[in-house]
Design a protein around this ligand. Structure first.
Ligand SMILES: NC(=O)c1ccc[n+]([C@@H]2O[C@H](COP(=O)([O-])OP(=O)(O)OC[C@H]3O[C@@H](n4cnc5c(N)ncnc54)[C@H](OP(=O)(O)O)[C@@H]3O)[C@@H](O)[C@H]2O)c1
Length: 275
């Protein structure tokens, strides 16, 4: 599919901060043209800067964004999304798709702020979306159909990969991929410390650890092989791989990861219940 074919109409990004700007960069690299994107934010200087660096239209008036977009991405912080939805509700085009990236805000809460049967899709991207390698999960609200999910998939595939889930699993997504970059940063730092422990300079250990995680992830994605098969390929009889694997199993690495994801999922649910 050419970039031209991938673009799906005018997109407004309400609250162009880290995530909103990452998405705009992704869209511009995936076939959307500058005049198809309008970003909003309260600070005129930041908006002027965005206009200058990315060449998209900007406004400090959220209603202008709402009126512009066939798709309107709500990329403000969860703490203020209710007020911003209330502000823009009357300006949305009838049938415009509202896509939220706000962590922990359910679709029914968003729908309740809007008038009519406005379609809503909730997404949970993660931090690597800012470098084009995000993992995003999405779920549909009551008035969103398959076509709205296709549109949302196209938007977020511009910054990584996308899966569709039932909304009841959004806390699990937060526990796995939302929180996930932290697990991997810890692993990189831990491997780097390990390299120093066995005599490497900090600089070399960090470079080797980082590139090893990146290379293994690319292999896991591109080889089409199950991680267990890849693991078998790097564990030779009586070799270093199987010796290290024994230590990792003794330390309970797999159980630790499961515990961590489960705890983060529970915490996400708890924050949602009280937030
Ligand atoms: N960052 C992530 O890794 C990540 C991952 C998953 C989901 N998310 C979600 O993405 C959303 C944005 O997070 P972020 O990290 O991008 O935060 P952020 O950088 O602070 O972006 C929020 C933006 O909203 C703007 N804003 C503030 N008040 C506004 C208003 N009344 N109307 C319109 N815009 C307003 C802010 O402008 P000023 O800076 O000028 O105040 C800022 O540019 C959140 O809902 C978060 O849950 C983020």
């Amino acid at each position: 599919m050419s970039n031209e074919e991938k673009s799906t109409g005018d997109v407004a990004v309400i609250g162009a901060g880290n995530m909103g700007t990452a998405l705009i960069r992704g869209l511009l690299g995936s076939g959307w043209t500058n005049d198809q994107i309008l970003a909003t934010g309260p600070d005129p200087a930041k908006m002027a800067d965005l206009e200058e660096t990315l060449g998209v239209q900007t406004a400090t008036e959220n209603r202008k964004g709402a009126a512009f977009g066939e798709t309107v991405v709500m990329a403000v912080k969860p703490q203020i999304i209710d007020g911003v939805l209330d502000e823009v509700a009357d300006s949305l085009q009838p049938g415009a798709l509202v896509v939220s990236v706000a962590a922990g805000i359910p679709t029914d809460r968003i729908e309740a702020q809007l008038t009519g049967d406005q379609p809503v899709v909730r997404t949970m991207p993660n931090l690597p979306a800012t470098v084009g390698y995000g993992a995003t999960a999405m779920c549909a609200g009551d008035h969103a159909d398959a076509e709205h999910l296709v549109t949302t998939r196209r938007l977020f595939e511009s910054v990584g990969s996308v899966v569709g889930v039932d909304e009841s699993l959004m806390d699990a997504v937060t526990g796995l991929s939302g929180t996930g970059p932290m697990y991997v940063f810890q692993i990189i730092e831990g491997l780097s410390d390990a390299g120093v422990k066995v005599g490497l300079s900090r600089e070399d250990a960090h470079e080797l650890a980082m590139q090893t995680v990146l290379g293994a992830a690319v292999m896991a994605r591109e080889s089409g092989q199950h991680p267990a098969e890849l693991k078998d390929r790097v564990t030779s009889p009586a070799g270093t791989g199987i010796t290290a694997l024994h230590e990792m199993e003794r330390g309970g690495l797999r159980a630790l990861l499961i515990d961590a994801v489960e705890a983060a999922t529970d915490r996400s649910r708890e924050l949602g219940d009280h937030g």
